[in-house]
Design a protein around this ligand. Structure first.
Ligand SMILES: Nc1ncnc2c1ncn2[C@@H]1O[C@H](COP(=O)(O)OP(=O)(O)OP(=O)(O)O)[C@@H](O)[C@H]1O
Length: 230
C-alpha cells in the first residue's frame, strides 16, 4: 500500500556561508501492507519524525520515492500533497493538538470543513463518529474539561472522520498514564481489526511497539532491522 524507496534527506544548518548538511535519511527502503500496524523505533535524532513527515507529504525529500495509490507523494506539488494528505491520512500526536476554543464535536468536524462537506453531512458524520468512539456524552465539552485518554479519543475521532486508509501517529500515548495508554492501544487494535485501518506509529515505548505487527528500527539514517513483533 505504501512503498518507500531509497529515501534520502539532509537538512542544511548553520549560518549563511558556513552551512553544514546533516544527512538524516541515507537510503530508506520499506513497504507497508494494507491493514498493518507498523512501529518505527530508534534513538532520539535518528530521523523518525523526518521520515513520517515525508510520508505525510509535509516535507519533500532530497531523493527517493514514496509510492501510494499509483502516485509518488515525493514528487507531487505542495497543493497536490495537501489534497492527497486530506484524502488518505489521519494524524495522531502525543499532545493531541486539539483546538482549545472548540468543543469536542467541533474539533472532530474540522477535517470535514476543510474538505468542503455540507453542514448536513458534517453533522451526521460527527454524530456517528461520536457514538463510534464513545464520546457522545461529552460532545459539547471543551478539551480542557476532558481526561488525557478522552482527549486522545477526540484526536483519534478527528483523524478517522474522513475515513482515511492510513493513520500516522507520533508518540500517540506519550503523555498518557499506563492504564490510559492500554485503553488507547486497545482502541487502536480494535480499529485496525474492525476497519482494516493501517497504522504507522513512531514510538519510544515498548507497550506501543507491542501492538505492532512489525517494528522498523532506525539508526544512523538507515533501517537497522525489521522485526516481526507478533
Ligand atoms: N527542520 C530541521 N532543520 C534542521 N535540522 C533538522 C530539522 N528537523 C530535524 N532536524 C535534525 O534531523 C535529525 C533527525 O530529527 P528527527 O526529528 O527526524 O529525529 P527523531 O528520530 O524523530 O527524534 P525524536 O525521537 O527526538 O523525536 C536531528 O538531528 C534533528 O536535529
Amino acid at each position: 500500500m505504501i512503498d518507500v524507496q531509497q529515501l534520502q534527506h539532509a537538512f542544511r544548518i548553520g549560518k549563511r556561508g558556513q552551512e553544514k548538511e546533516v544527512h538524516v535519511l541515507k537510503g530508506i527502503d520499506f513497504s507497508v501492507k494494507e491493514g498493518e500496524i507498523v512501529a518505527i523505533v530508534g534513538k532520539s535524532g535518528s530521523g523518525k519524525s523526518t521520515l513520517l513527515q515525508i510520508i505525510a507529504g509535509f516535507l519533500q525529500p532530497n531523493a527517493g520515492a514514496v509510492h501510494m495509490k499509483h502516485q509518488n507523494i515525493a514528487q507531487l506539488s505542495e497543493k497536490e500533497r495537501a489534497a492527497f494528505r486530506l484524502k488518505n491520512f489521519g494524524f495522531i500526536f502525543q499532545n493531541f493538538q486539539l483546538l482549545p476554543g472548540q468543543n469536542v464535536a467541533e474539533n472532530i468536524e474540522l477535517p470535514l470543513k476543510l474538505r468542503g462537506e455540507s453542514p448536513v453531512v458534517r453533522k451526521k458524520k460527527v454524530q456517528d463518529m461520536l457514538a463510534r468512539v464513545g464520546l457522545t456524552e461529552v460532545a459539547e465539552h471543551y478539551p480542557n474539561e476532558l481526561s488525557g485518554g478522552q482527549q486522545q479519543r477526540v484526536a483519534i475521532a478527528r483523524a478517522l472522520i474522513t475515513d482515511p486508509p492510513v493513520i500516522l501517529a507520533d508518540e500517540p500515548t506519550g503523555s498518557l498514564d499506563s492504564q490510559t495508554e492500554r485503553e488507547i492501544l486497545t482502541f487502536i487494535q480494535q480499529l485496525n481489526e474492525e476497519s482494516n485501518i493501517t497504522f504507522i506509529m513512531i514510538t519510544h515505548d515498548d507497550e506501543v511497539a507491542s501492538i505492532a505487527h512489525r517494528i522498523l528500527r532506525m539508526g544512523d539514517g538507515l533501517l537497522l532491522e525489521a522485526q516481526h513483533a507478533i
